[in-house]
Design a protein around this ligand. Sequence first.
Ligand code: ADP
Length: 449
Amino acid sequence: MPVSDDLTLQVANMRPQDAGASIARMSAASMTKIGIGEGDLVELIGRRHTAAIAMRPYEEDHGLNIIRLDGLQRVNAGASSGDHVEVRKAEARPATRVVLAPAQKNLVLQGSGEALQRTFLHLPMVAGDVVSTSVQQRVRDPRLLNLPAYGLQEIRLVVVSTQPRGIVQMTAETVVELRPQFEEPKEARRADVTYDDIGGLGSSVEQVREMVELPLRHPELFQRLGIDPPKGVLLYGPPGTGKTLLARAVANETEANFYHIAGPEIMGSRYGESEERLRQVFQEASQNAPSIIFIDEIDSIAPKREQVTGEVERRIVAQLLTLMDGLEPRQNIVVIGATNRRDAIDEALRRPGRFDREIVIGVPDQNGRREVLAIHTRGMPLAEDTDLDEIARTTFGFVGADLGALVREAAMDALRRILPDINLKEGIPTEVLEKLTVTQDDFTSALKR
Ligand code: ADP
C-alpha cells in the first residue's frame, strides 16, 4: 500500500488512565498508511490543529478507523468524539523558547519556567494548545512543585507562543517563560472541564451526550427526521455527584456557551427581579447559541405549586414555563436542570416540550470511586505505598465532591510534614521537594477527620 499524505479518522475518547500523556491511539494499518510507527508524531487537524505521539490501539480497536484522544487533545484539535480529524505524519522542531500561562482565570502562578521545561520535555506542542502538568506522573519531576500552593494539583497551561512556530518539542535547551496570569487564548479554547474530568458516572455521561450533544451539534438530524430535539433535561442526584461538572463538560465539548443559574441566588428581592433575570439569561443564550442553560437546584425556584407559599415562586415558575415554551426547536438551546429531589419540582415543568428527559446521577460505587480518585490525584506525587483501590473500598457513600475534598486533605497533610524543614523566604530545596509525596497514611488520617 502506498504511503499517503493524509488520513481521516473518527475521534473516540481515550481511557481516563491514559489521559494527559499526549498520545493518540490508532490502528497499525492507519500508521502504515501515513508511513509512521509507534512513537512517531502525528498532526491532528479538526477545526484547529495540534500534535500527538502515535501509539498502538486498544485491543478492541484493532482494524478500526478510529483515533483515541483525551479531552485536552480533543479541545486542541477542535474535534469532539464522533467527529473526523485529518491525521498526518508530523515533524517537530526543537523549541528554543516557549511561553506558558495558566489556563484558568483564578490561578496565579509564581514558579520558575525551568521546572516546567522538565515536565514537558519531549512533548509535542503547538501555540494555542492547552497542556496539563499531569504528564508529570510520567516523569515525576519534583521540581514542578516549585509552583507554590498548586504544586500538588494538576495545572492546565496555555501555550501562549513558541519559537519557532508550528509543532515544536521541548528540549533540555528550551527556555520556558511562565506568565503568572491567565491569558485568554487567541482562539477561545475552553479546557477547564472535559469528559476526562468526570469519573464513576458510567452510562449517565453517554445519556447526557445523546440528549444534549446530538441536538446541539447536529440539529439538522432532527429536522430531517421531523422530530423536535429535546429542550430540557433534568439531572437527578445528591449534591456533589458531578451534575454541574457534567453540564460544563458537555458545553465545553460541544463548544456551546454555558449559562449558569444558581436556583437560590436568583430569588431577587425587588418585585419582578427574578423573572427579569431569567428572561435576560434566556435572551443572551439565544443570541449566543448554541447554548446550554444550567439551572442548579431548580427545585428552589420551581417547587410544586401546591407547596408554594410565596408569590415570588409562583411567578418564577410561570416565567420559566413561558420561556421554555417560547424556545424554538431550531434555536439550538438546551436547558439542563439539576435537583436532588426528584418529586420536588412542579409537574408542569416535566410535561412534553419542557423538561421531558430525566437522567439519574447516582452515588458512585467502588469502581466509580476508584475512577474519581484517579482523576483527583492526577499530577499528584503519590508515594509507592498509596493504594487507591483500598481507599475506594473504604469510602462507601462518598460522592465525587467528598473524594475531591479527601484528596486535598491528604495533600495538605503531606505538605504539613515538610513545613518544618522549609524556610519559606529562601525557597524550597530540591531534596525537600523530592520528599514531598502523598502517602497512604495521609489518606488514612484524612479519612479519620
Ligand atoms: P453537583 O452539581 O452534583 O452538586 P458538582 O459537579 O458541583 O456537583 O461537584 C463538585 C465538585 O466535586 C466538582 O467540581 C469535582 O471536583 C468533584 N466531583 C463531583 N462529582 C465528580 C465526579 N463524578 N468525578 C470527578 N469529580 C467530581
